[in-house]
Every structure is written in structure tokens, then in C-alpha cells.
Design a protein around this ligand. Structure first.
Ligand SMILES: Nc1ncnc2c1ncn2[C@@H]1O[C@H](COP(=O)(O)OP(=O)(O)O)[C@@H](O)[C@H]1O
Ligand SMILES: CCCC(=O)OP(=O)(O)O
Length: 360
């Protein structure tokens, strides 16, 4: 058997999970999804406080599987809330580490990706990369306007998986990505709905704090005036308010769990409250799809639905009922992020492209 030139460790810290994979070149030799419930991570005040916990579960999983980390040639992670940048693979550098630690654009588990990748890679004297981080920014100028001078809309979304899935959906419609119009719906811990126009994500809801549908743990768009009233009661710190929007909204806020599988079980057992909240999430997601169809002037080749909740048949059938008049709905459950990360690292390791440099 031919030996691999590269062994890549791919790390994807999500809000409700940590996913890791090891690839010998393109061949996946190990993959694990570690799901986090409230007991695991609810006690951490800040996302950055989860650093040791998340790093250790990765190292333990590799150890348990008997993966020889000394054979790794690079580590690649889903990167975090950096400054807005163009897509591609970036080598983790000092400037990036500083912005990830500070949470330059906010707090999210993906901030841990570059940091953990860097620590593991440095101990092995190999490079650490991030690919297509959540701040890839291709917004059209019109999409940046919020309506309030001084407040600009931001591009914060599941860029890595959006791009991979949009390419697949375009191919399924016999088009190349750069010539297709695709609406991608990523149903993760956050939900992002993006308008992909000829290879660029020209509009997308900010998936972190305050735009779009509510999600397994995020509030999505909240009436602004009421939010100001709440913030000014003096009952909450800034950090508590941000946590409310990012981890205590949606399923978590209404039903006490961010686990879509538990809610699906409750619905099957006849829990009416769970059904209404679930349907509300579908309703808001469908509204966002409608908005993006207008962004694309109604010329939509396909609606591609992906992420963990895309495994849920009820969610998909309710969503199809509301949006399939716009375009065909193609479903890609889960996500392809570990492979996409690996491919990003391989392109650089093989010198097919140069690693981009993060500058501030
Ligand atoms: N098979 C499934 N059926 C229903 N819900 C699921 C399934 N798998 C994952 N989910 C739910 O989908 C949501 C997002 O999961 P995932 O995409 O893995 O999130 P993240 O990567 O953001 O941590 C979670 O609420 C999770 O419980
Ligand atoms: C911050 C945007 C990406 C996102 O929401 O990721 P998760 O679904 O993993 O939280």
C-alpha cells in the first residue's frame, strides 16, 4: 500500500459539539463527534474558558483511538471571529492568536480552533492553519447597510460548509458554482441562510448575535427596542446579555436544551409546546430563505439545506412545505467541514496554493 505524504488533524469546535478527524492525505482514518450538553460547558463563563477542556477531549480521543500524533504533518481548524477576510487557508500567526484570544469580533467556539491547532502543532513543530473562517466576507455593499449610521451588518456564518455545500448543489444542477445562484441553509448550533450569487455570498444573516432565525441556542433577530429596555434594567452585565443572545435563546431558552434530537423525541411523545417552538424555528428559517430569494431576484437554482438539524425529517418536511415553491430543496445532512479543512491544508502542504497571511 502506498504511504501517505501527509497526515492532517482537522478540528472543528462548534457551539454544541467538538468534531475531529484525522486524514492520511484525502483518506479519512478517524472521525469523532463529541456532543456537549449543559453539564459539559454550561458552567464556563466565557468561551475562552473552555480552552483546556476542549483541547483535552481532543487529545484524549486521539489517544484512545491509538493515533500516533507524532506522524501528523499539519493541523487545520475551523477558525473564529477574526477581522473580515477573503476565503482561503491561513497559517496561524501571532496576530491571529491575539485576535482569537481577544474575540475580536465576538465569542464563539470556533475561536478555540486556531488556538488549539496552534498549540498541538507547535509541540510537534508542524504548521497550524485555519480555512474559510466564519468571518469570510463577500457581502454586496447594499447588504452592509443596517439602516442605522455607525452600525454595519457583518458577514458571520458557516463559511466553510456553505461553500462546500453550494458547490455540491450547483453540480447537482449541472452548473459550476461560479455560474449558479444557490441559497444555502446551515442548521447548526447557529443557523445561517446565505445568498450565493455566482460564487460569492452576497448576503447572509449574522449567525452569532442578533440576526436571522432563532436556533438551537441563539435568539436570532430580537425586537431592538425591547432589547434596549432589557439591557437598561441594570439586571444584566454586557457578558450576560451577550450570552443570553448566543447561548440562552431558541430551543435552549424556550425548552431548556440545545439538543435537536431530544426535542424531536419530545414531539414524537406528543409534547405540544416543543412542537410549537420547533415549528417557529422552521417558520423563521423559511422567512430568511424567502428574503434571500429576493436578494437573488427570484433566480434561484437550488436551496441547499445542511447541518445537524438537516438530519431531522420533520424539520425538513416542514421547511419544504414553505419554500419548495422557490426552487428545488436539496438536503445534505451534517456537514463536510473536517474534509474541507483537510483539503484546505493539503492544498498548502502540496504547494498548490500559498497559505494566506493574516494581517491586522
Ligand atoms: N440526527 C439528528 N436529528 C436531529 N437533530 C440533530 C441530529 N444531529 C444533530 N442534531 C441537532 O442539530 C443541531 C446542530 O448540530 P451541529 O450541526 O452538529 O451543531 P454544531 O456543529 O454547531 O455544534 C443540534 O441541536 C443537534 O442536537
Ligand atoms: C458564528 C457562526 C457559525 C456558527 O454559528 O457555528 P455553530 O453552528 O457551530 O455555532
Amino acid at each position: 500500500m502506498q504511504t501517505a505524504e501527509n497526515r492532517i488533524l482537522a478540528i472543528n469546535p462548534g457551539s454544541t459539539s467538538t468534531k475531529i478527524g484525522v486524514f492520511d492525505d484525502e483518506h479519512n482514518i478517524f472521525e469523532r463527534v463529541i456532543r456537549h450538553d449543559l453539564e459539559d460547558i454550561g458552567g464556563f463563563e466565557k468561551v475562552m474558558d473552555q480552552y483546556q477542556f476542549r483541547k483535552q477531549i481532543i487529545l484524549d480521543a486521539l489517544d484512545f483511538e491509538g493515533i500516533n500524533v507524532s506522524k501528523l504533518t499539519a493541523v487545520c481548524a475551523r477558525g473564529g471571529l477574526l477581522r473580515p477576510l477573503e476565503g482561503g487557508t491561513y497559517r496561524v500567526n501571532e496576530a491571529m492568536l491575539a485576535d482569537l484570544k481577544a474575540g475580536y469580533n465576538g465569542e464563539h467556539a470556533s475561536n478555540l480552533g486556531g488556538l488549539i491547532a496552534y498549540e498541538i502543532a507547535s509541540s510537534l513543530h508542524i504548521p497550524a492553519f485555519i480555512t474559510d473562517p466564519v468571518v469570510v466576507d463577500e457581502l454586496d455593499p447594499l447588504a452592509r447597510l443596517s439602516g442605522l449610521p455607525g452600525v454595519e451588518r457583518k458577514s458571520i456564518f458557516h463559511a466553510l460548509n456553505h461553500k462546500a455545500i453550494a458547490r455540491k448543489a450547483a453540480a447537482a444542477k449541472d452548473k459550476i458554482y461560479e455560474e449558479a445562484n444557490i441559497i444555502v441553509v446551515h442548521l447548526g448550533g447557529g443557523i445561517t441562510v446565505g445568498a450565493h450569487h455566482h460564487g460569492r455570498v452576497i448576503d447572509v444573516n449574522n449567525g452569532l448575535s442578533g440576526e436571522g432565525p432563532y436556533t438551537p441556542e441563539r435568539a436570532g433577530t430580537v425586537p431592538a427596542g425591547d432589547l434596549i429596555e432589557l439591557a437598561l434594567t441594570g439586571e444584566y452585565t454586557k457578558n450576560q446579555l451577550l450570552k443570553m443572545l448566543t447561548t440562552k435563546g431558541g430551543f435552549m431558552g424556550y425548552l431548556g436544551t440545545n439538543d435537536g434530537r431530544l426535542i424531536a423525541d419530545r414531539i414524537k411523545k406528543g409534547d405540544q409546546e416543543a412542537r410549537v417552538i420547533f415549528e417557529g424555528m422552521v417558520y423563521q428559517t423559511a422567512k430568511e430563505v424567502g428574503a434571500m430569494s429576493v436578494v437573488l431576484s427570484g433566480e434561484v437554482d437550488a436551496i441547499a439545506v445542511t447541518g445537524g438539524l438537516a438530519n431531522d425529517e420533520l424539520f425538513i418536511s416542514m421547511l419544504k412545505d414553505r419554500v419548495s415553491w422557490i426552487a428545488d430543496v436539496l438536503v445534505y445532512p451534517g456537514e463536510n467541514e473536517l474534509r474541507a479543512l483537510t483539503e484546505g491544508a493539503l492544498r498548502v502542504m502540496r504547494k498548490e496554493e500559498a497559505a494566506k497571511v493574516y494581517v491586522v
